[in-house]
Design a protein around this ligand. Sequence first.
Ligand SMILES: Nc1ncnc2c1ncn2[C@@H]1O[C@H](COP(=O)(O)OP(=O)(O)OP(=O)(O)O)[C@@H](O)[C@H]1O
Ligand SMILES: [Mg+2]
Length: 245
Amino acid sequence: MLDLQDIVREFTVGPTQLRVLRGISIKFDAGEMVSITGGSGSGKTTFMNIVGLLDKPTSGRYLIDGQDVLQARADNLSALRNRLIGFVFQSFFLLPRLNAWRNVALPLMYRRTPEAEARRLAHEMLERVGLGDRTEHMPSELSGGQRQRVAIARALVGSPKLLLADEPTGALDTKVSQEIVDLFKQINRDFGVLVMIITHDPRVAAQCARRVVLRNGLLVAEEEAEAEMDAIALERFGQPLAKVS
Ligand SMILES: Nc1ncnc2c1ncn2[C@@H]1O[C@H](COP(=O)(O)OP(=O)(O)OP(=O)(O)O)[C@@H](O)[C@H]1O
Ligand SMILES: [Mg+2]
């Protein structure tokens, strides 16, 4: 479904050229559950922004379902993004003046879905993430875990094929974090959505069928990545990765 070929991303900062992604080639199939890990500054968010069509690479090719998306015009690109991709972030990014269901309905408003229909879909999605009884709550009246559920409902309300999450459990404690991971697993299973989670938490990565590791703007080979994840898990929990989840 996603085919990234030799993706390079450079930033110009003052007089220097920063090569943040240094040639990444990788494919993802529909319905995969993937973790993206790697040290701070290794390029995870930069990579996800490109996968999510929020940013364009300096060079490389990116095909989605065979379509070369980097050739698309900007307005087509945002339409594609809106239809195909849902985003979840560490800090939730809910609009503070909108209640839960109106936050969830936002992507539908951008698509000009009639309000009654948007309302119905938003309520249905909140039900799915376990917040059927919180639809009228304002973000400030919800716990961190509940806010993240609202954000997940918002990411899913437009039936995306791809769900991208950047440190979705970074602001949550271990128990709530696990509930959110369970929700991602359920979404992946029930909707067949390709779920990609950037995480620093080996417990989260351990529960993803495929683990991608970035180092210095390059992919770490899969076997080496497994060994590296095992080492981190051993250091943190005294057990290899498979036992940690
Ligand atoms: N817009 C930008 N302009 C200049 N440099 C940038 C820009 N965005 C990212 N970088 C640089 O690219 C590198 C990778 O950043 P990125 O945010 O992708 O890392 P990350 O792996 O997500 O790290 P973290 O785990 O801390 O979130 C960093 O050194 C950062 O300073
Ligand atoms: Mg990041």
